[in-house]
Every structure is written in structure tokens, then in C-alpha cells.
Design a protein around this ligand. Sequence first.
Ligand code: ARG
Length: 560
Amino acid sequence: MDYKAYIAEHLNVEGLTKEEVADMIALPPNTEMGDYALPCFRLAKVMRKAPQAIAEGLKHAYPVDDVIGEVSAVNGYLNFKVNRRGLASHVLSEIEAQGEKYGSSDEGKGKTVCIDYSSVNIAKPFHIGHLSTTVIGGALYRAYRFFGYNAVGINHLGDYGTQFGKLISAYRHWGNKEEIEAGGIRAINDLYVRFHREAEQNPELEDEARGYFKLIESGDKECNDLFNWFKDLTMKYVEEIYKKLDIRFDSYAGERFYTDKMEPVIEELREKGLLIESQGAQIVDLEAYHMPPCIILRSDGASLYATRDMAAAIYRKQTYDFYKCLYVVAYQQNLHFKQFFKVLELMGKEWAKDLVHVAYGMVSLEEGAMSTRKGNMVFLEDVINRCVEKAYAIIEEKNASLENKEEVANLVGTGAVIFSALYNNKIKDIVFSYDKVLSFEGETSVYVQYTCARANSVLLRAGEIASFEVPELTMEEFELVKALASFKNAVADCLDKYEPCYIARYAVDVAQKFNKFYFDCKILNETGDVRNFRLALTKATLQVLKNAFALLGIGIPERM
Ligand code: ARG
């Protein structure tokens, strides 16, 4: 319910449109005064009257009803009180009727949004740096679907480049089949690290690697078999992680997929006079836009990351006719996206404006930085596993008799890792700390999960909820009801700004408001309408928290 618009609709202010009035309506700092207020001193000039006189005049003309139950004129403010019982009854019955669909919308019907996220590199481990793109992309994917969009999840695999030549070279020198089969991605990573160590002493290895890469490109069977083997092993491994994080894709068309789709793009650039030669390379000059040139072909004729991305964007437009195409990629690649978006625009693709780089900051561990080449990296599954172990230890300490401790520890530990990447503004760099993400007191997923377990236990003890008339609301109840009413806004904000933190913060806010209510208002010891209403409010809160967490990809245990 958009109360500001509703109030504006029923107010007649000379010389102002309904939208202007709605924009002027503010939230008073103290809800004892009212839930909304119109500061009339801002009308004094237009209406040539004292603020208090304006407030009184408007008050008499305002038709109170079961949405806005009370209007008062105080100190030049026109204060509105929402009909609390009306709102509560409306919100609770909506949540009850819509269940897991509560908060959803069909505003996206008929629109397709492509979301390029996670986009892992073949033969490289999944490290903590891949966490944000995966969980932010996953949350956006679910939120778009929740709002009726046709979301297409794309894993733009990094399966093209000289690193595969390096791997083949390393494998031929020092690898063997059994070790790789047994060790999987970690064994592959060891080979990769060894290659870089040895190549420092022995630079010819780099030439050899380039040779192998060319062989892959020219279709050499043995090299391609090896490449495909590395790829299968990587995919098996990342799929395990996706399962844990509740992540899915509709397409795995990676960089290699565009091998034969770049030529027409290069041709088009040439035809449109955008391609120029510079030191043997083919580039698009972007000086007029204060950017370095976008390199399309290297002097040896090889394509680049940007060339493949341009072919991919064109392919996606043709295949999905997207309304928007998002790229959830770290801010380190800001320039890359700006450049190729601009080149597409210069080519006359009017849809280039619908390409969005959803940039996010770095995640590091308290322990320090990492690098693939040196091998001191932190694997994401190790972080998840350790978090799950720590969660298990906490449960063991707090509630040793809990039945399914392992399952709960899994939901709590995995949830904490996901939530850590979603709670902050995505562009911020964050430092991951096990103690912080598993704190029961902070603004954490555990806090929300624990609140749900508390609500659940109240409901289990209470048994059936009988029908009731909504009683007068306490302040705590009303604050909670208002929060539950605004779930859809949180999802809308998330999509507007490509920021899942709106949903994460919303969930924490609801949990905090529920806990205030829980500690200040008796539930089970009450009787009649008050008891039933409070139980219904508890049940509704649980539903909304479940819906919010489902969008983030975090499960909620029944008990903790
Ligand atoms: N694989 C790339 C990396 O790890 C990310 C790819 C992002 N998507 C894209 N279309 N460029 O850096």
C-alpha cells in the first residue's frame, strides 16, 4: 500500500499536483504524532496563509476512512494516522492467502533479463573471490523471477585462453592421470602453480604452452581431449558448490562458444569504419570518450576478451531479445565493460543502453590476500566447510540435544557465507570474519534464522489459531505490521538498484522488530483476540522471513 499516494489522492492542495503533494509527505520522527505528515509551512507561500491555518483547513476537508483513521493539525503540520487495525487485518490476510508468493509481482511479465554471473574459469579453483558474483547474481536471478520476469542465468565460462596451453604443458611434464582423477581441481591447480614456478627458471615453457594453445584452437584431437577432461573435472566440482548455494543457470555458453561468432562482428566494425590499425593490432579508438582504445584483434590475429564479449552481447540480443542484460562482475573490470558497451553503441546498437555492469567489491579473508599463480588461495568450499563446522560447534554448545544438528549446521554455516556477501552495499570491499558472520547478536543470517526458530517454537506450542478480530495494536505490533507490509518495496529496491542488500537488510529489520514485539508483548499467556492476533502476527512474520531468505538462497531450519 502506497500511503503517500493514497493521502495525496484525498487531499486537495491548490496549485500542486498529486505527485508534488505525495513528494512533500514525510515520516514524522515520532510515530505518536502520526505515521505521515505534511509540513504546511512549505505551502505558506503559494497559499498565502499561516501554516497552522492551512493545516486546519486541510484537516476539515480530509475524508477519514478505514485506511487513514485519524487526521490532526499540530504546529503547522498535518498529521495522518494510519488505521492500524485495518492495516493489520489487511496485511495478515494477504500473507496468509499468498504464502510463499507474498511480496511477488507480475510487473516483469513478458520481459527477459539476462544475468551473466559466476562465470567461472575452467581449470581454476573456485575461490572466495567468486563468492560475490555467484550469490549476488543468484539473488538477482530469483528476485527477477519473483517479479514475473523471465530471467536467463548465464555462466559465461572462462574456457578460452593460453592458460589451457600451460596446463597441457604442465600435465605432459609432471602430471599423471591417476593423480588428477583423484585430486580433481586441487591437483589441476597444483599443476598450474608448478608451471609458473618452473617457467620462471625456464622461459621456453611459455612458448611451449602457446604452442599447445594453438593446437587446441586448430582442433588437435589429443589436446582437445585433455582440455575437455579438465573442463569436465572443473564443471563437476563447481556444480557441487552451486548445489550448496542453490545456484542455477540456463546457459553455459562460455567464451569458446563465440569462437566462430566473432568474425561477423569484426566485419561489421570494419564496414562501419570503426576499426583502425595500431602497431599491427586492430583497435577501436575511444579517445573521444576518454578511454584507452578497445583492442579487437592482437597483432598475431588473436581475439581478445572484449571481442568475445561483444559477440556474446550480440548473440544474447538475438537469442533472448533481452529487456536488460546484466553482468555481475568485480569492479576491477569497470573499464572493460565501459569500453565494449561504448563500441556497441558506436556500432549503432540502440540496445547497448540496456547492458548493465553490476559491479561489486572485493572479499578478502582476515588471514590475507591470495593469488592463483602462487597457489596461496582460499578455496570457497573450505570457507563454507569451516563455517559449517564452527556452526556445528556453536549448536553443540547451545543446544546439544537438538535432533538434526548436522542439517542445521549446514543451513547456518552456508547461510552465513552467503549472507556475508549480500548484507553490505555490493560495491564495498569486505573482510570476511568467521566470528562476525556467525554472531547471534549482529546483523547476521544466524540472527534471522534464530528469530525464525523462536517464532516456530511459539507456534508449535500454541496449536491452532482461532479466528479473531484485530485488537488495538501496541507500538511494537504496529511497527512489525508496517515492516511486513513493505516486503514488496524491498524487492523492488533490490531490482531497481541491482542490490540484494535491500532484501538482506529488510530481513534483519523484520527480525529485530519481531524480537522487540516478542520481548515486550506476551503471546502464549494472553487469551482471546489478543492471543490469536499475536499468533497470527508471529506466523506471518515467519512466512515473510522465509520468503526473503528464499530470494537470497538461504534456508531456514525449523528449530535451532
Ligand atoms: N571469467 C571472468 C573472470 O573470472 C568473468 C567473466 C564475466 N562475464 C563476462 N561476460 N565478461 O574474470
